[in-house]
Design a binder for this molecule. Sequence first.
Ligand code: PLP
Length: 430
Amino acid sequence: MNWNKSEELYKDAEEHIVGGVNSPSRAYKGVGGGTPIFMEKGEGAYFWDVDGNRYIDYLAAYGPIITGHAHPHIAEAIAKSAYNGVLYGTPTVLENRFAKMLKDAIPSMEKVRFVNSGTEAVMTTIRVARAYTNRTKVIKFAGCYHGHSDLVLVAAGSGPATLGTPDSAGIPTSMAKEVITVPFNEIESYKEALDKYGDDVAAVLVEPIVGNFGIVEPKPGFLQQVNDLAHDAGALVIYDEVITAFRFTYGSAQDLVGVEPDMTALGKIIGGGLPIGAYGGRVDIMEQVAPLGPAYQAGTMAGNPASISAGIACLEVLQQEGTYEKLDRLGEKLENGILNHAETYKLPVKVNRLKGALTVYFTEDEVENYDQADATDGEMFAKFFHLMLKEGINLAPSKFEAWFLTIAHTDEDIDETLRAVEKSFKPLAN
Ligand code: PLP
């Protein structure tokens, strides 16, 4: 495969854009380096790059593109909104419509507010929880990513009962002291943190099904205990459903696990590929938000007609019968094929999958928390990633990310992908 134009463009990008990319995960740092491929066109399950190479795409833009690229219904909605004016700064009927669609799909979101990204949505839920409880601390779970606002870029301390440390330069230690990070799926550590800091905890923030150290489901009963213990301590529970909402079912992960949080943050899929975030929750909590209440949150672009139109169109596509059954069926085929090839070549591979999202870990062990995901073989993944890319399969460049199927993928795409997996596993076995 020839990547000459991508290589030239990356050099040029490095001259003008910091690190040559507009989000660090797009650089290939997590897979031992290399030139990020410059894509030129996306259609359905495919990408074409600037050198004319074709790829089957499983990145799906880190989750939002569940309908496949350039879905005609979404493209038409965006075009129509462009000709109607993309930004008004006034209320629109589209916002009412979309808010109702979200509320119907996720009933715990009794009131909704639109923002522009998942980062903003999560950041604001924390502010609102603090306003509601008049407390400051937050408990979160190791390896869950909640965007890049200061409060959630905090690493775990040395144990469940210790406060966090900044996970990025530029974040004050005073801020990190407001955050306690405990392992996912381990209720004892969580209890210990609540025992020590419970009276000061405004919110417990969690991805109900993890997407950020691979796809990791909660152990039976874990999320119910998270809820019960938080509520006993007077804290609110926030579900970060930026990845999970509309990914596994038409609705939310809270629906799948049968536990309702007090507030929910959304993003990604609900924008159909355009920038969006949303948050919502119980009415009495949401009434803390301006203009009704004292917690301020605003946005020039919030609820813009283009993003809202794309979001409505995306959910309309997902409402079609058989959507999630198809994602599940193709996901299962992909998982089984990967595991069969791994067995043939005696490679230590584990696949965590839920419906049309899966993560391939190079390990002999189960992955149920971040430490276990971190312990999987990153070098082997890096080699696999580059081999797959040469075979025309575009994966996320990190061992912690998921492969996302879209409704545009076909059985033939899975067959082609599995041939590439076999070819890529072969040299790894030697
Ligand atoms: N929350 C989760 C679970 C995410 O995966 C992400 C992004 O990957 C975010 C929040 C932040 O969303 P955004 O990148 O739209 O700011």
